[in-house]
Design a binder for this molecule. Structure first.
Ligand code: GRG
Length: 294
């Protein structure tokens, strides 16, 4: 398949839907809506929504049914980036190749833009069509748990608390599984649920998401030490300066590369219950992520 064209088409579809779901930039309070749109339309890869649609495809669903869930995930992801960049958290000046939300709109508006992106995610997700196996409260709970205090936020807390300390590999895995992999895993699960996937398919998709999510963060850790800020669109080498818990810091670069390949292989293997044509986009996306590892 032509992955480049596939990504471009999907990104356009998602951007178009997000534009429809978000209040216009001049809607009151205009500063807030401008800030939300500034961060949401800053050129993110749309990986989570693309994975959500690809999982729906793998389960032979209609991708339009997965679209509200896919867009909700992108809003949650963007909120987490806006808050993570704040001076009281990671204190970053650049994100997605441009100044961070708080650099442009100030800390107060950036906090509120993050809050509003998180909240609107649930409004958007509530537009999803329930299926015989998954009612709307099941879908909303899936979103809430992944973004909540025992997953995404738990990972962020553990990440903050690990700064400057020497961490064990299990603790590092906890951070990565919650801070990064939980939302990626939920992205593919929600896609499958929107397609009314049976238990066997949902479990396969979940294992795929788990492997892919972990691989994604290990690769992100590697890129932070091997790439320039220009290529990354954010400040490179920050993990090292901030004494962050990362795979290269804990097990070294070579072992990190081997681990990224190993968990990506696990992700591919999890898809064996699907026909190769149904799962082709998911396989291609997993390969694309691994190829970003230099
Ligand atoms: C504030 C609750 C809270 C959580 C923040 C997102 C996050 C948790 C921290 C940001 C830093 C970081 C290393 C996050 C891990 C996930 C990650 C690699 C995000 C970047 O995702 P991409 O590469 O970004 O998909 P784009 O910009 O393409 O969407």
């Amino acid at each position: 398949m032509n992955l480049k064209a596939y990504l471009r088409t999907r990104q356009r579809k998602i951007d178009h839907a997000l534009d429809r779901y978000l209040p216009k930039a001049n809607t009151k309070p205009a500063t807030l809506h401008k800030a939300m749109r500034y961060s949401l339309f800053a050129g993110g890869k749309r990986l989570r929504p693309i994975l959500c649609l690809a999982a729906a495809e793998a389960c032979r669903g209609n991708i339009n049914d997965a679209l509200p869930l896919a867009c909700a995930l992108e809003c949650i992801h963007t909120y987490s980036l806006v808050h993570d960049d704040l001076p009281s958290m990671d204190n970053d000046d650049f994100r997605r190749g441009r100044p961070t939300c708080h650099k442009v709109f100030g800390d107060g508006i950036a906090v509120l833009a993050g809050d509003a992106l998180l909240t609107i995610a649930f409004e958007i997700a509530s537009r999803a069509k329930p299926t015989p196996r998954y009612d709307i409260s099941t879908l909303l709970r899936e979103v809430a748990v992944a973004a909540g205090s025992q997953k995404l936020i738990a990972g962020q807390v553990a990440d903050l608390e690990a700064e400057g300390k020497s961490v064990k590999r299990e603790q590092l895995q906890f951070i990565h599984e919650n801070k990064t992999a939980a939302i990626l895993k939920t992205s593919v699960r929600l896609g499958a649920m929107s397609a009314n996937a049976d238990a066997r398919k949902l479990s396969a998709i979940t294992r795929f998401g788990q492997g892919l999510g972990l691989a994604f963060q290990i690769i992100d850790d590697i890129l932070d030490v091997t790439q320039t800020s220009e290529i990354l669109g954010k400040s490179a080498g920050k993990d090292l300066t901030a004494k962050k818990a990362t795979y290269p810091a804990v097990i070294g670069l070579d072992k990190s590369r081997a681990e990224a390949s190993r968990v990506t292989r696990q992700a591919h293997n999890a898809l064996s219950t699907f026909s190769s044509s149904d799962a082709e986009p998911l396989h291609a996306l997993a390969n694309y992520l691994l190829e970003r590892k230099y």
